[in-house]
Design a protein around this ligand. Structure first.
Ligand code: ADP
Ligand code: ZN
Ligand code: ZN
Length: 738
């Protein structure tokens, strides 16, 4: 090769999905039409090839020309990620100290990541014919399923895709066919371009607080600003979102709506589909890869105007994004707990800033971080202090169970209360934050306790399956007939889980319908939806469940909410626990009395004077939050300082400490006086799934100083000598201990 060729050849700087903190240089292909950053490439790597993304084109490389390899092929004519998308991913990589190539790769749906062609699978769309539109659905009353489908189409004006129909009902094909035969439906090839009408109706007449919120955000469309929509449950936040979305759609822009878990809030999707006549894409982890890729490409192309998704949808590229809404912003599931541990809430704000787009964070129980940002005037506070419509706020009560006789954890007063409520044909909701029958199995004879062999944890008794299960590693074994240690002692299940309370309630109320909602009872696909439908139809008297119940559901007929084990959250070594407990109490309470009847919330406790509980009851969530923020300030805890948690685990008992001691040396050498190093210490769960776990916490009042230090040490970690024996993870702004 003459040297001349290398001198003029361009260099492609490529991000590759490998755990290495830099980009890789390749020789650009000679004869291709010019491409720009954001296209996917296939390049040689090691003994094979990898799919990467072009980040930059340069004249020079630090790598000697002889060592540079040529790109194998370019996969996209047009970049799939725009410059602002790449800027966002760069920010995420820098802030969370996670390799850029892996961050970028994770932004793509699986197929695109593997190099498949970027075409939305040729999906069919279906739409009403004129006849279908005019048809009175009652005429199909002898075919109720066809009638339902017709009504689904009539409730909205956009075409529906195969994906959307499949999500609605598994047997949709057998229903679409006869409707096409009757000329009520027709196949349309492409999604209907959004017409002039974006909404099917104008929505409700808003109250003054709602209108003020809408006006504030509307005034900021086209610029970056963060709003905290702080409204009690039922105050009409969703209505505010919908009116804002309508405004943004009318300006020809798209909207990103992020929620903690879509499967737990099917009502939201329904309400959106009823209100808006544009195409709506939905994206979450329960979809197939193809479905997710279709949603991703429709949004990237601008074929869909609204994307409703969970945290993984945050990085979907938009053609013209105009508004970001993040509902239930306090929810911990917005924090990714593996891989790149980003906070979808914080990254959403950065995305808004990069795109000059307003960001609305909504919650009835805002996170302390967001309230602090309001205090600092970084976020604008929009308050909805009252429930919309006629519903009244629930009354909170503590039930002191010290020295009271308990039946499987329920006091007599409480049982009487439940009895009175169901006698009035009203629903009761019982909350207990533990699934299974009981958290501990102990031998009455010798004191043996059923422990997980791979974790520092007790095995949980599951009565229905007659098993002992570890909730941390999933290990499972049959319930032993007698004590494995002394062979004679009687085994006793200690403590409460949902199964146990269900058993008790079945005994107490044999003629009442009781539904248990937890991860075990809702495993079957569609089970949760079935239960929710039964509950909303009024066919259920008592609903019993875990924190699944705290999320987004409207239970209009519930007038009594019971929180059985509030005490289990009062004393924790994690400073986040108080905030999480207060949010949980208020969120669960928000499920009560959403219709005309006033609701009551009863919390059983042995600590009726605990300041968290008394503050919450006497003065509400905001007062609690102020108190808690004051305490955090005193203790210099986040948001008054910044944390990064380095967690290390290994099968070898000594390896994590060897590794962390080597990290200490790096930290000392870096010599950053503004960062405090706490640890290393054993993790709160020192052994999990057979691995030994240790952690090191870095804390600084100055975010910059902390990040400078991390910039310095993180790229060196894998080169430390003991690194080959451990797995380490870095969690910036952790919300959980390791
Ligand atoms: P949130 O999202 O804050 O929990 P929603 O938007 O779901 O509240 O509203 C709760 C209930 O109040 C819904 O049934 C909704 O239709 C009703 N609602 C909301 N805004 C108004 C309003 N301005 N006038 C009358 N009813 C309203
Ligand atoms: Zn025993
Ligand atoms: Zn285990």
């Amino acid at each position: 090769m003459p040297d001349l060729a290398h001198d003029t050849a361009l260099i492609f700087r490529v991000a590759l999905p490998v755990p290495i903190y830099r980009l890789f240089d390749y020789l650009a292909p000679a004869h291709d039409p010019p491409v720009s950053a954001g296209v996917r490439l296939e390049v040689p790597f090691g003994k094979g090839t990898k799919i990467g993304v072009l980040m930059a084109i340069d004249q020079h490389s630090d790598v000697s020309a002889a060592k540079l390899k040529p790109v194998i092929r370019i996969l996209d004519a047009q970049p799939l990620l725009a410059a602002t998308d790449l800027a966002l991913l760069r920010w995420v990589s820098r802030y969370y100290h996670y390799p850029l190539g892996k961050v970028i790769s994770a932004a793509f749906p699986a197929g695109l990541r593997q190099g498949k062609a970027a075409v939305a699978r040729g999906e069919n769309y279906y739409a009403l014919t004129d006849e279908g539109e005019a048809m009175d659905s009652q005429q199909l009353k002898n075919a109720p399923q066809q009638k339902n489908l017709l009504e689904k189409f009539q409730a909205q004006t956009a075409a529906l895709s195969e994906t959307e129909l499949a999500l609605w009902q598994g047997n949709w094909r057998t229903l679409v066919k006869p409707l096409i035969a009757k000329r009520l439906l027709a196949t349309v090839t492409a999604p209907a371009a959004a017409g002039r009408a974006f909404s099917n109706n104008a929505g409700l007449v808003c109250n003054a607080a709602q209108q003020a919120a809408i006006d504030a955000v509307t005034g900021s469309v086209g610029e970056f600003k963060v709003f905290l929509l702080d409204g009690v449950t039922g105050s009409g936040k969703t209505e505010v979102y919908m009116q804002l979305i309508a405004t943004v759609l009318e300006r020809g822009l798209q909207v990103l709506v992020l929620v903690p878990e879509i499967t737990l809030t099917p009502q939201l999707e329904q309400r959106f589909r009823q209100r808006f006549s544009v195409n709506i894409a939905v994206s979450h982890s329960k979809l197939t890869d193809t479905q997710r890729q279709t949603a991703w490409l429709h949004i990237q192309h601008g074929d869909c105007a609204i994307l409703l998704g969970t945290r993984s949808a945050l990085f979907t590229p938009f053609k013209k994004l105009g508004l970001i809404i993040l509902d239930e912003e306090h929810d911990a599931s917005f924090k990714q707990q593996d891989g790149c541990r980003f906070s979808a809430r914080d990254v959403a704000v950065v995305r808004g800033k990069l795109l000059d787009v307003p960001v609305v964070l909504g919650s009835a129980t805002p996170s302390l971080e967001s309230l602090y940002n309001v205090e600092n005037r970084r976020y604008q506070h929009l308050l909805l202090p009252e429930r919309a419509g006629t519903a009244l706020p629930p009354v909170l009560q503590l039930l002191d169970i010290r020295n009271k006789r308990l039946q499987e954890g329920l006091s007599e007063l409480l049982v009487a209360d439940i009895k009175r409520t169901v006698a009035k044909q009203e629903q009761v909701l019982l909350f207990i934050n533990r699934r299974g029958f009981a958290p501990t199995l102990i031998c009455h004879g010798c004191g043996w306790v059923a422990r997980c062999q791979r974790c520092d944890a007790n095995l949980v008794v599951h009565h229905h399956q007659r098993t002992l299960r570890c909730h941390h590693c999933g290990q499972e074994q049959p319930l032993p007939p007698h004590c494995p240690a002394c062979k004679t002692g009687q085994l006793t299940a200690l403590g409460l889980g949902t199964e146990r309370v269900e058993q008790l309630l079945n005994g107490l109320f044999p003629d009442k319908a009781i539904v248990r909602l937890d991860r075990d009872s809702t495993q079957r696909k569609g089970a949760l939806e079935d239960y929710l439908a039964q509950i909303n139809a009024g066919a259920v008297d008592i609903i019993l469940g875990t924190q699944m119940l705290a999320k987004g559901h409207h239970f209009a007929k519930v007038t009594l909410v019971v929180i059985l084990d509030v005490d289990s959250g009062l004393f924790s070594i994690d400073f986040h626990a108080a905030e999480k407990l207060a949010q949980l109490i208020v969120q669960v309470s928000g499920r009560a009395g959403r219709a005309e009847k006033i609701g009551k919330v009863v919390m059983q406790t042995r600590h009726p004077d605990h300041p968290l509980l008394t503050a919450l009851i006497a003065d509400g969530y905001h007062h609690f939050a102020q108190m808690e923020l004051a305490q955090r300030k005193e203790a210099l805890l986040p948001p008054f300082s910044h944390h990064a948690l380095l967690g290390v685990q290994a099968a070898d008992e000594d390896a994590p400490m060897q590794f962390l001691n080597a990290v200490l040396v790096l930290l000392e050498r870096a010599n950053v006086p503004d960062v405090a190093v706490l640890g290393p210490v054993a993790a709160p769960m020192a052994r999990r799934a057979g691995l030994y776990r240790y952690q090191l916490l870095l804390q600084s009042a100055q975010r910059q100083a902390l990040h400078r230090l991390l910039d310095n040490i993180v790229p060196q970690l894998d080169a430390l000598k003991p690194a080959s024996k451990v797995r380490w993870t870095l969690d910036v702004d952790p919300v959980d201990l390791f």
